[in-house]
Design a protein around this ligand. Structure first.
Ligand SMILES: [Zn+2]
Length: 226
């Protein structure tokens, strides 16, 4: 009686149930079996709950050395994040995940290049990551630099800045351009990688758009079906 009653009590409120489940799941770094048993939507839910913990100052504290030990031979992260190099946007912290949970690709303006594309394909095809998150952020220096060079019609803007130009034509404010740039980079990934496009078509992998708010710590997931 007692053994049934206690978990029921904990699961009475769904947040408590999820927090409990997350703690059990995330205290151990994922192995291949755990990774493969977690569908893309569950990985997305895990990241959303992690950010909710971060924002509400209820982040889990990880035993990193236990996770180092668990991942010393192999890694099986759930997700791969493509995000800006900005020092305020640290994915492991803002999603409150431990070691071995996510790949983290960082480059100014979270733009897609050949090297980034190969890294994304490696994460998905060879390591089995289930979710790709392309995450821009508010007050982005790369977006501002791209906007300025576009407005000033610089003769030789850097290739990286030029990659952001199509987003400038659709966004009205800098933060809106950052948002449009995320959609643009997702479009680039899907157009340039058959491996990723196919994995998504087969529902093995999901790709989602997100914008991190540097003023609140909140990750806003956006509808990227447009
Ligand atoms: Zn940035």
């Amino acid at each position: 009686m007692k053994t049934y009653f206690i978990p029921l009590l904990f699961c009475f409120a769904s947040w408590a149930c999820n927090a409990d489940k997350d703690m059990a799941m995330l205290s151990d770094a994922p192995n291949k079996q755990m990774q493969q048993a977690t569908p893309p939507d569950s990985v997305l839910a895990l990241l959303k709950r992690g950010n909710a913990r971060f924002v509400s100052k209820q982040s889990f504290e990880y035993d990193y050395f236990k996770q180092i030990h668990q991942t010393e031979q192999e890694q099986s992260p759930y997700a791969v994040i493509l995000e800006c190099m900005d020092s305020r946007v640290a994915a492991e912290v803002v999603f409150n995940v431990g070691l071995g949970e996510i790949f983290n690709l960082r480059v100014a303006g979270n733009v897609v290049s050949e090297d980034i594309l190969f890294s994304l394909e490696y994460a998905v095809e060879h390591v089995g990551a289930k979710l790709i998150v392309v995450m821009g952020h508010t007050h982005c220096g790369a977006i501002k630099a791209a906007y300025q060079s576009y407005e000033e019609t610089l003769k030789n803007p850097h290739h990286l800045l030029k990659q952001i130009y199509p987003a400038i034509q659709t966004g009205r404010s800098l933060d809106e351009i950052a948002q449009e740039n995320v959609f643009l980079q997702i479009k680039n990934i899907l157009a340039q990688s058959t491996i990723i496009a196919e994995a998504i078509a087969e529902n093995k992998v999901k790709i989602v758009a997100a914008l991190y708010d540097v003023e609140t710590g909140k990750v806003n997931f956006m509808n990227n079906s447009k």
